[in-house]
Design a protein around this ligand. Structure first.
Ligand code: KG4
Ligand code: ZN
Length: 350
């Protein structure tokens, strides 16, 4: 029997809802990005974000149901992000999900947002070869995960300081480029010299699968304003700006690729996938396809719309959880932090 799940996502600055059948057929995927509300602050302001979610959540859910041609009473379950994220934001999606679950007497599923990014590849490649290596790189997280089977995952390494997206956002700020930094660095750097300046690639200890990106932005700052950042901010010629953006992006991508290669050497995986906002990056996608050490693996590059925050990946995890009977009660609580250990259950939320 077909299993139809509504997925709701409000953990950060996207209000999103989607209807997914059997974890693969995405019947609708509606996303409202708040990026223009937060642009001037160069980051997500929790109060502004939760207020905007409150205004948008009902029309977005309605749109997702309408686009899918599904009535709420015909859903099999309602999945919602309940961790990690800004609590005031999580609460908005959860209130909507709980109201629907109560009104239509549907099972409620509490989803871990990071696990949703980790599993994104299943949306487009449900039969992907396992075990798999999944890189999740976003504004808040950068980690590599071993995926043995749906909901059976293990974190192999994570960032010790900034996330990859955060490094791009901060680098863009130093270069005077708009927020969010990932896309603006990518477009500004197009055609630029990727080796124009020598930026550090922090690899940590030779066997480490962790990441560290904080030194990179400091190196860029010192390049622009001298050691100790004592000089005033220079006015950059367009060509110089293009080369700096290309070099900075290349440094981030280099580290991600080298760490993936390291992980593959240590763990006998059969496929590789990426998720999170940084996974939208074309240079990263190109390098993944070119890297000889990764060539033997099935490479899954999900469509861009599934990489940034969306409801489809939440419905996907909901599908796996429902199959395993991992439903939540109406007492499901929002949790700011990610789940430790990597098991994507919704039972141990209290
Ligand atoms: O997953 P996401 O939409 O939100 C969370 O942080 O959870 O990721 C947003 C991050 C931002 O840091 C943004 O700069 C980065 O993803 N990003 C990109 C690109 N598009 C978004 N980074 C590199 N290249 C892109 N095209
Ligand atoms: Zn995310």
């Amino acid at each position: 029997m077909v299993q139809t799940i509504l997925g709701i996502e409000t953990s950060c600055d996207e209000t999103a809802a989607a209807v997914v059948e059997d974890g693969v057929r995405v019947r609708s995927n509606v996303v409202h990005s708040q990026v223009n509300l937060h642009e001037r602050w160069r980051g997500v302001v929790p109060e502004i974000a939760s207020r905007s979610h409150t205004m948008r959540i009902l029309p977005i859910v309605q749109q997702a149901l309408e686009d899918a041609g599904v009535a709420a009473r015909d859903l099999d379950a309602i999945a919602v992000t309940h961790r990690p994220g800004m609590v005031g934001c999580l609460l908005v999606g959860m209130a909507a999900a709980k109201a629907l679950a109560l009104l239509f007497d549907k099972p409620l599923l509490g989803v871990d947002h990071v696990q949703a990014h980790v599993h994104t590849a299943f949306l487009t490649a449900p039969d992907m070869l396992l075990p798999s290596l999944s890189l999740v790189a976003s504004g808040g997280h950068t980690a590599m995960w071993l995926v043995r089977a749906p909901l059976d995952t293990e974190r192999l390494g994570t960032t010790r300081d900034d996330a990859a997206g955060e490094a791009l956002d901060k680098g863009a700020a130093l270069l005077g480029l708009p927020y969010p930094g990932g896309p603006s660095i990518e477009t500004t750097g197009l055609g630029g010299n990727r080796r124009a300046i020598d930026l550090p690639r922090s690899m940590l200890a030779p066997d480490s699968l962790d990441f560290s990106f904080s030194g990179l932005k400091t190196a860029l700052l010192y390049h622009l304003r001298g050691p100790g950042a004592v000089r005033p901010q220079p006015v950059l010629a367009p060509r110089e700006l293009r080369d700096l953006a290309a070099s900075y992006q290349e440094a981030v991508v280099d580290v991600l690729i080298q760490k993936l290669v390291r992980a593959v050497k240590r763990h006998p995986v059969r496929s590789l996938s990426i998720g999170g906002g940084v996974a939208r990056n074309e240079r990263l996608r190109e390098r993944l396809q070119q890297e000889p050490a990764l060539r033997s693996l099935q490479l899954i590059l999900p469509p861009l719309s599934f990489c940034s925050d969306n409801g489809a990946m939440i419905a996907l995890i909901g599908h796996f959880q429902l199959r395993q009977g991992l439903t939540a009660g109406l007492e499901l609580e929002p949790v700011a932090t990610p789940q430790a250990g990597g098991k994507a259950t919704s039972r141990s939320t209290r």
